[in-house]
Design a protein around this ligand. Structure first.
Ligand code: FES
Length: 115
């Protein structure tokens, strides 16, 4: 496992996210009310880029494509893909799957992610 400096915490304001590539992994780093978190950056449904999605309810990332929602803190699915109507047909083969998460640490105001 290696630890990477992402940025100073002041460069990642509350309710924003930053996409980075760490050792070949596409990672999304978030700053939410509960702190700093990191998940894989592609949706587990059909791999849309979550960096184009939005943070909702202060702690969830919503996929821009079919609106699956994941808890940023745990990666768990909160709501599976539900848009547009009919997407449920695809869900028969694309089952719910949590996002991979990465550990984040804050040291002297700098944000680090370990992958
Ligand atoms: S790709 Fe994210 S919900 Fe379908």
């Amino acid at each position: 496992m290696s630890k990477h400096l992402i940025c100073n915490e002041s460069e990642l304001p509350l309710n924003t996210m930053k996409a980075v590539k760490l050792d070949g992994n596409n990672v999304l780093v978030y700053h939410i009310e509960d702190g700093f978190y990191a998940t894989q950056s592609s949706c587990t449904h059909v791999f849309a880029p979550l960096k184009k999605g939005k943070i909702v309810d202060g702690c969830k990332i919503e996929c821009p494509l079919h609106r699956a929602r994941f808890d940023i803190r745990s990666g768990e699915v909160v709501d599976w893909a539900n848009f547009p109507p009919g997407i449920q047909l695809l869900n028969a083969v694309r089952k719910e799957k949590a996002l991979a998460t990465y550990s984040v640490s804050l040291e002297e105001g700098n944000v680090f992610v370990s992958v």
